[in-house]
Design a protein around this ligand. Structure first.
Ligand code: NAD
Ligand code: UFG
Length: 337
């Protein structure tokens, strides 16, 4: 298949481009480098031996996006990663998030229609479940979103669902749990700009000496050790799920025009367990302290992924230790650069 990947130089997008190439698909990637760098393209080529067909396009620019899509022949499906993802920033600047994440998605749908493309996989998030009783499956009710970022994911899911009723569009919404880790080559990985918000880059940056101390946000939650529980999924496992999702669309395995899949491991781990796993595989001590709870954190969430396993034929192959090992190798690679 020929796949257009938006946000193709980003964290999950770059790993997915690699897995699409590995599976023999042809890829065209676009990005505006708002949260990634052009050298990712060279690094993908080093991994796969294949040059990435790429164009710098901003999905907020409807005309440029449409012109680009019309210039491309034979695209079978789109995987749509391009979005802003910082929860805190979305609270400070909600319009920026609605414009890019929702407006950009609407532009993309118009451009796809103009180019006659009717299959899309969309990056959604377990944030749509809010504080639900885990393990959560796809039928779990979606409460009111807790941030403008989370709301953009809910709105985009609704936009896509509604549009399937008015067109021949076929959609797979993929609800990611917590993507972590990096490619085994250490050539691509997550590049948090500034101080990381997320746990794993904060751990690795503390261990390498870029940050003085990691604050564990609360140890008085009703969990095994008092810290919050999440479902940490390796980014390569996640990337492989996108290949399955696209093939599911192409082989018309869906029963409805709009399908949703959870992508996690099905396993919950506490913040302290993640730190312990990191210390075990790296041999480094993490300087951490217990701090107050962070506003907006859910106590615990992890996925029921039976649907992805049964319908897509996908399940994770890597464990938390491997997530930490590859995240650490990536951090050391960045330090050498
Ligand atoms: P990322 O920031 O690394 O990648 C997103 C890419 O999109 C970046 O390269 C950025 O430059 C690009 N982009 C942003 N706005 C653009 C625009 N207007 N035009 C063109 N390109 C644009 O983020 P990621 O972690 O790879 O996330 C990918 C998708 O998955 C996002 O939609 C995100 O909301 C979603 N998601 C991520 C997580 C996570 O924890 N990483 C969890 C759930 C869902
Ligand atoms: N945590 C700390 N200290 C830190 C950072 C995080 O203790 O410095 C804790 C958090 O309190 C939470 C856990 O580590 O309990 C995980 O936090 P992350 O920020 O890494 O991840 P979240 O689950 O809060 O959210 C992430 C993304 C969201 C996305 C969600 C689901 O940031 O955008 O996963 O995919 F929606």
């Amino acid at each position: 298949m020929k796949i257009l990947v938006t946000g193709g130089t980003g964290y999950i997008g770059s790993h997915t481009v690699v897995e699409l190439h590995n599976a023999g698909h042809e890829v065209v990637a676009i990005d505006n480098f708002d949260n990634s760098y052009p050298d990712v393209l060279d690094n993908i080529e080093k991994i796969t031996g294949k040059k990435v067909v790429f164009q710098k396009v901003d999905i907020r620019d409807k005309k440029a996006l449409t012109d680009f899509m019309l210039s491309q022949k034979g695209i079978d499906a789109v995987i749509h990663f391009a979005a802003f993802k910082a929860v805190g920033e979305s609270v400070q600047n909600p319009l920026k998030y609605y414009e890019n994440n929702v407006g950009g998605t609407v532009n993309l749908l118009y451009a796809m229609e103009a180019a006659g493309i009717s299959q899309i996989a969309f990056s959604s998030s377990c944030t749509v479940y809010g504080e639900a009783n885990p393990p959560v499956d796809e039928s779990t009710a979606k409460p009111e979103a807790q941030s403008p970022y989370g709301n953009t994911k809910q709105i985009c899911e609704e936009v896509l669902f509604d549009y399937t009723k008015a067109s021949n569009l076929k959609v797979v919404s993929l609800r990611y749990f917590n993507p972590v880790g990096a490619h085994d080559s250490s050539l691509i990985g997550e590049l948090p700009i500034g101080v990381p918000n997320n746990l794993v880059p904060f751990i690795t940056q503390t261990a390498i000496g870029k940050r003085e101390v990691l604050t564990v946000f609360g140890n008085d939650y009703p969990t095994i050790d008092g810290t919050c529980i999440r479902d940490y999924i390796h980014v390569v496992d996640l990337a492989k799920a996108h290949v399955k999702a696209i093939e599911f669309l192409e082989q018309k395995k869906y029963s409805e025009a709009y399908s949703v899949f959870n992508l996690g491991t099905g396993q919950g781990n506490s913040v302290l367990e993640v730190i312990q796993s990191f210390e075990k595989v790296s041999g480094e001590k993490v300087n951490y302290k217990i701090g107050p709870r962070r506003g907006g954190d859910v106590i615990q969430i992890y996925a029921n992924c039976d649907k992805a396993t049964n319908v897509l034929g996908w399940k994770t192959e890597r464990d938390l230790d491997n997530c930490m090992q590859t995240a650490w190798a990536w951090e050391k690679h960045l330090a050498q650069k």
